[in-house]
Design a protein around this ligand. Structure first.
Ligand code: APR
Ligand code: PHB
Length: 388
C-alpha cells in the first residue's frame, strides 16, 4: 500500500489528524490496534479548550458538540472552607466546553467513512522502518496477513504505550518524568451533578473533583494511594468519601450506581524531540499530564493543529519549514501545559511526604488566589488554554 501520510493510532489525536489531512486533500491511512467498539467506549476526561472545539468546527463535525456541549464560564477551587470561583469569562473573556472526550472520538469515528478517512482496525505488530529517510514504511498484520504501507511521513498518535516513540533512537532523545504517589479513583453515574460548575477540592482526607458529562450524568474523582484495589471501593464508600472531601458548600450530592469505576495513575512525562526525521509524534505518544486541569486531549489537539499545518505546507506548497519547526512549536505549548497541570496537582493534593511547611504553602497559595484577581487571571488563562 502507498499513501502520503501513515498515522499510527486512532485515538482522538490520530482521528482528528486524519480528518484535517483529508480536508486538505492529503492521502492518509490510520492504523489502529484495537477494534472500533473498544476505541469508542474508552472513558476519558471531558473539558474542551477552544482549540479543540475550533478544530471540530473547522471540520464541520461539531453539530452534536454544539447541541450537547455545556459552556462553562467558571470553575471552583475548594479549600475546605470556601469555594474560590475562577470566573473564566470575566477574567479572560473565554469559556471551556464540557463534552466527553469519548463523544469527540465517536463523532470523528462516525464521520470517517464519508470523509474518506481510512482506518484499519485490528492492525497487529505495527512496526516503523526507515524513519531517518524520506521513504519510511510501516509493517503490520491484518487478519494474520503481513502488510506494508509506504508513505512520506509517519505520525505517531499511538498513545503512551505505542511503538512510535520507541522507534526514535535513545541517543537522539531525552525523557522527563514525574510519577505522583497517588492515583485518581473515578466514578461515572447517571445522577445530576452536585454543582453546575466543576469543583477541585483540597481536603485533609485528600483531593476530590466534581465534574460532569451532562445535566444528568456526573463524573467524580478522589485521589487514593496506587496500592488501593478497586474491589475495596464499593460505590457507597466512594460516595461517602466524596461527600466528606467536597463538603456541604459543593451542593447536594445525589448518589447512584456506578456506570464505570476505575483507578488511574498520575504522571507528568515529556519526550523530546517530537520529530525525528520523517516521524512526528502527537498527543500521549509524546507527553502525559496528570488529569488536574484536563489538558490531555487539548494538548493532543494543539499538536495535531501544528502537525496538520506543517503537513499541508509540505504537500500543498512544497514548504518544509513547518515540518522543521514542528517539534519546537508543539513543545513550547506542551511545556506550559505540563507546568500548569503539575502546579494545580501540587496545589490541590496532599502528598504523603508533605510536612507542615508544604501544607502551609498550599494554604497561603489558596488564600492568595482567593484574594487576587491577578492570581485568578493566571489560572484562568491556563485553564481555558494558551493560544496556539
Ligand atoms: N498499533 C496501533 N495502534 C496502537 C498501538 C499499536 N501498537 N498502540 C496503541 N495504539 C492506539 C491505541 O489503541 C489508541 O487507540 O493508539 C491510540 C492512542 O490513543 P490515546 O491513548 O487516546 O492517545 P491520543 O490520541 O494521543 O489522545 C490523547 O486523549 O486518550 C486521551 O488520555 C489521552 O487525554 C489524552 C488524549
Ligand atoms: C472529567 O470530567 O473527567 C475531568 C474534568 C476535569 C479534570 C479532569 C477530568 O481536570
Amino acid at each position: 500500500m502507498k499513501t502520503q501520510v501513515t498515522i499510527i493510532g486512532a485515538g482522538p489525536a490520530g482521528l482528528l489528524l486524519g480528518h484535517l489531512l483529508r480536508a486538505e486533500g492529503i492521502e492518509c491511512v490510520v492504523l489502529e490496534r484495537q477494534r472500533p467498539a473498544y476505541v469508542a467506549d474508552r472513558i476519558r476526561a471531558g473539558v474542551l479548550e477552544q482549540v479543540t472545539v475550533g478544530l471540530m468546527a473547522r471540520l464541520g463535525l461539531d453539530a452534536r458538540l454544539k447541541a450537547e456541549g455545556l459552556p462553562h464560564d467558571g470553575f471552583n477551587l475548594a479549600d475546605g472552607e470556601r469555594l474560590i470561583r475562577i470566573d473564566l469569562t470575566d477574567l479572560v473573556g473565554q469559556h471551556v466546553t464540557v463534552y466527553g472526550q469519548t463523544e469527540i472520538t465517536r463523532d470523528l469515528m462516525a464521520a470517517a467513512d464519508e470523509r474518506g478517512v481510512r482506518v484499519i482496525y485490528g492492525a497487529g505488530d505495527v512496526a516503523l522502518h526507515g524513519i531517518d529517510s524520506d521513504a519510511p514504511y510501516v509493517t503490520f498484520t491484518q487478519d494474520g496477513a503481513a502488510m506494508r504501507v509506504d508513505s512520506r511521513f509517519v505520525i505517531g498518535c499511538d498513545g503512551f504505550h505505542g511503538p512510535s516513540r520507541k522507534a526514535i533512537p535513545a541517543s537522539a532523545a531525552r525523557e522527563y518524568e514525574r510519577v505522583y504517589p497517588f492515583g485518581w479513583l473515578g466514578i461515572l453515574a447517571d445522577v445530576p451533578p452536585c454543582n453546575h460548575e466543576l469543583i477541585y477540592a483540597n481536603h485533609p482526607r485528600g483531593f476530590a473533583l466534581a465534574s460532569m458529562r451532562s445535566s444528568t450524568r456526573s463524573r467524580y474523582y478522589v485521589d487514593v494511594p496506587m496500592s488501593e484495589r478497586i474491589e475495596d471501593w464499593p460505590d457507597d464508600r466512594v460516595w461517602d468519601e466524596l461527600a466528606t472531601r467536597l463538603g456541604p458548600s459543593a451542593g447536594p450530592m445525589v448518589r447512584g450506581p456506578a456506570l464505570e469505576k476505575s483507578i488511574a495513575p498520575l504522571r507528568s512525562y515529556v519526550f523530546e524531540p517530537m520529530r525525528h526525521g520523517s516521524l512526528l509524534l502527537c498527543g500521549d505518544a509524546a507527553h502525559i499530564v496528570p488529569p488536574t486541569g484536563a489538558k490531555g486531549l487539548n494538548l493532543a489537539a494543539s499538536d495535531v493543529y501544528y502537525a496538520a499545518a506543517a503537513l499541508t505546507g509540505f504537500f500543498a506548497h512544497g514548504d518544509n519549514d513547518g515540518i522543521a519547526g514542528y517539534a519546537a512549536k508543539a513543545l513550547a505549548r506542551v511545556w506550559k501545559a505540563e507546568r500548569f497541570s503539575w502546579s494545580l496537582t501540587r496545589l490541590m493534593h496532599r502528598f504523603p511526604d508533605d510536612g507542615p511547611f508544604e501544607r502551609a504553602m498550599q494554604v497561603a497559595e489558596l488564600d492568595y488566589i482567593a484574594g487576587s484577581r491577578a492570581a485568578q487571571t493566571a489560572i484562568a488563562e491556563n485553564y481555558v488554554g494558551l493560544p496556539v
